[in-house]
Design a protein around this ligand. Structure first.
Ligand SMILES: *Cc1c(COP(=O)(O)O)cnc(C)c1O
Length: 430
């Protein structure tokens, strides 16, 4: 029997669902997840020794590919000096300065250990700064699993938060307003009515947790204008897009000026580093300067920060994003051609090192359109790709990631697998 299946059965005896984060369990595509033993460059190897081309990249962080030698060296060096001090280090100052250099809208930044913490802290800060309670998020956007943000809302309606997880009291989500993504009109109407009660708007400028859906410029402009007009805080969640779609993040692509930005994923290079930062007068409300409490035993952990710093150093290489974008573009173009050859309805797009694939005639622009993607065809495609050595995210609601080590030969091998996989989709589903 396949060792992955054996271990998955065993895992389910002692870990809920066998995994430590739900989407890893393959529930929406079926089958056993691969248990990874090691990874190198664009490849992961499972416990059977089978090699896969990796398009998950640890869900975003591994932009340099796995085991980048400079990053590993920096981490080993940090380990030699001790694992954690609970006192400030020079590396924390260096990474804060580096973030400020790369993202000009950041004046001060605080490190945390996960994107969830960054989101939770940013919301608390926005509420503390404005003295208001209501927060606005968009359907299909994910900002970590803190209670007040675990609301996706009903389609098409301006909904007052119904929690989308058990265990979240309605009292906590009553102040969470959910609007449609890419619908600027809804933002304007809401702010006309109750702009002065709103603490913040939080958004993924390129949504990456309902597959990939880029915002329109008009949508982002509307929320920037309305929040500024009504004294609300604009939080741009760049946990996924930061240092991923461009060196300056999605905000540099759209030319948007957030009050607060959240980071995670790439900023830690595969270790637990995340951050929230922005305008000085807002950030100065955080303890110990201000009244908004926020803390963490392992925040700014020296080993994790060394990993993040070394990663940021590498992505500043000249032409890094040009090369990365070119590989992602080659991938999505090739996939589109292969689908067409086999007569499968399909679309795909990329931005920087992030991409979306959709079993649908055109790229979706809203949550509703994402929901129209064909999950059954995806399932067949996913397993055919996996059998042919390509590890895609096991869900139609996830974006994909390319690393700088996905060179032409890796893309070519992916497209050979895709040719077989689309043929299989056609054979099974017609
Ligand atoms: C991954 C993600 C988060 C949550 O980060 P964790 O480190 O998993 O807690 C928040 N926002 C966005 C946009 C993300 O993609």
């Amino acid at each position: 029997m396949d060792q992955n299946e054996v271990l998955f059965d065993r895992a389910q005896e002692s870990i809920p669902g066998g995994v430590n984060s739900p989407v890893r369990a393959f529930r929406s595509v079926g089958g056993a997840p691969r248990f990874i033993e090691k990874a190198l460059g664009p490849h992961m190897f499972d416990i059977e020794g089978k090699r896969y081309i990796d398009y998950i990249g640890s869900w975003g962080p591994m932009i340099l590919g796995h085991n980048n030698p400079k990053v590993i060296e920096a981490v080993k060096h940090a380990v030699d000096n001790g694992l954690s001090f609970g006192a400030p280090t020079k590396a924390e100052v260096l990474i804060a300065e580096e973030i400020k250099k790369l993202i000009p809208t950041i004046e001060e930044v605080r490190l945390v250990s996960s994107g969830t913490e960054a989101g939770m802290s940013a919301i608390r800060l926005a509420r503390g700064y404005t003295g208001r309670n209501k927060i606005v998020k968009f359907e299909g956007c994910y900002h970590g699993h803190s209670d007040s943000l675990l609301v996706k809302g009903g389609s098409g309606q301006l909904t007052f938060g119904t929690p989308s997880s058990a265990g979240v009291p309605e009292a906590v989500t009553n102040d969470t307003i959910v609007l449609e993504y890419n619908n600027p009109q809804m933002i304007r109407e809401l702010f006309d009515k109750q702009g002065d009660e709103i603490a913040c708007v939080i958004v993924e400028a390129v949504a990456g947790n309902m597959n990939m859906v880029p915002a329109t410029q008009e949508f982002l402009n509307a929320m920037r204008e309305e929040t500024a007009k009504h004294g609300a805080v604009l939080i741009v969640d760049e946990v996924m897009t930061g240092f991923r779609v461009a060196l300056g993040g999605a905000q540099s692509v759209y030319g948007i000026d957030p009050d607060i930005t959240m980071f995670g994923k790439v900023i830690g290079g595969g270790m637990p580093v995340a951050a929230f930062g922005g305008k000085r007068d807002i950030m100065n409300c955080v303890a110990p300067l201000g009244a908004v409490y926020q803390a963490g035993t392992l925040s700014g952990n020296p080993v994790a920060v060394a990993c993040g710093l070394a990663t940021l150093e590498e992505i500043k290489a000249p032409d890094f994003y040009k090369r990365l974008s070119a590989q992602a573009a080659k991938l999505v173009r090739g996939l589109g051609e292969a689908a067409k050859k086999h007569g499968v309805q399909f679309s795909a797009q990329s931005m920087g090192g992030m991409f979306g694939i959709y079993f649908r005639g055109s790229c979706p622009t809203s949550f509703k359109e994402v929901m129209e993607c064909d999950g059954e065809r995806f399932k067949t495609f996913f397993h055919a790709m996996l059998d042919n050595g390509v590890y895609l995210a096991p869900s139609i609601y996830e974006a994909g990631f390319v690393s700088i080590t996905h060179d032409d030969s890796v893309i070519a091998r992916t497209l050979e697998a895709a040719d077989k996989a689309f043929a299989e989709v056609k054979r099974v589903h017609g």
